[in-house]
Design a protein. Structure first.
Length: 264
């Protein structure tokens, strides 16, 4: 069973957790409690926690998140719900993530951090493919998956297209879309000027490159110029090494990452 730390000073959140009667059936020990951020930090230093449920003031949450980023960078963080039924849904979601992270991998080089990274990529693919409905869901998943992308700052999405009539994916490339996306991540994926660059291969042979500021960084000036220059350099390498000729077909500047949610 997994161990939770409930870190909150909100009585309504504590009341919701006290109302839960089936922790073992959900796969968790009864959570430890911390009512201040100092108590939470002390608990995390002394006791193992598989995940943290956190609800403080924005200032205190920022301080506790900075500590988690420094000392527990892959520990999932859950935003609590007041309605017990919805909180149980969030806990089921957390249990599924923890089960994936703690699976018995046959490859010793693939561990919890690698699985968390894989889950992040799945989330961003779903987000860019229009499968995340609400703004709140974007923020919630970023916390849960410990992504450092900032949901509230402007971001850039580039659509990369192949030459008309190019049968690269259906003809010349024989290794499947997953391998191609991995290859594209090796070329395009980077942290540059305070932004994270993430290429995604979407249904219909669509290739998009998202650039989003990281938390703690100021919004980058001339974002489109920085991202376009990076894309042009990477596309030249892709052409040389993969014989895949790409060009920038469209550039979108979004007011925030949450604008990719369907009901934004």
């Amino acid at each position: 069973m997994y161990k939770l730390l409930l870190a909150t000073d909100r009585p309504e959140v504590i009341e919701t957790f006290n109302a839960v009667k089936s922790w073992e059936l959900m796969g968790f020990h009864t959570p430890r409690m911390a009512s201040t951020i100092s108590e939470a930090m002390n608990s995390l230093d002394r006791h193992h926690a598989d995940a943290v449920v956190m609800a403080f003031s924005p200032e205190d949450e920022a301080e506790l998140m900075a500590y988690l980023n420094a000392s527990h960078p892959i520990t999932p963080v859950v935003e609590p719900e007041i309605r017990p039924a919805l909180m149980e849904q969030r806990l089921a979601e957390l249990r599924h993530l923890l089960s994936r992270m703690h699976a018995d991998f046959s490859n010793d080089d693939f561990g919890e951090a690698d699985m968390l990274q894989l889950c992040r990529r799945e989330f961003f693919r779903a987000l860019m493919n229009g499968r995340i409905r609400e703004k709140a869901d974007v923020k919630r998943y970023l916390h849960l998956l410990r992504s450092r992308m900032d949901a509230e700052k402007p971001c850039v999405v580039l659509e990369l297209a192949m030459a008309p009539g190019d049968d690269y994916l259906s003809g010349r490339w024989h290794y499947g879309p997953e391998r191609l996306e991995l290859a594209l991540r090796n070329f395009f994926g980077a942290e540059l000027n305070g932004m994270r660059m993430l290429p995604v291969l979407l249904p219909g042979d669509r290739i998009e490159l998202m650039a989003c500021p990281m938390t703690g960084n100021e919004t980058v000036q001339s974002m489109t110029s920085v991202v376009s220059d990076h894309a042009q350099s990477c596309m030249a390498h892709v052409r040389d090494y993969l014989d895949l000729d790409l060009h920038i077909a469209n550039i979108r500047v979004l007011p925030a990452l949450t604008a990719l949610a369907i009901n934004h």
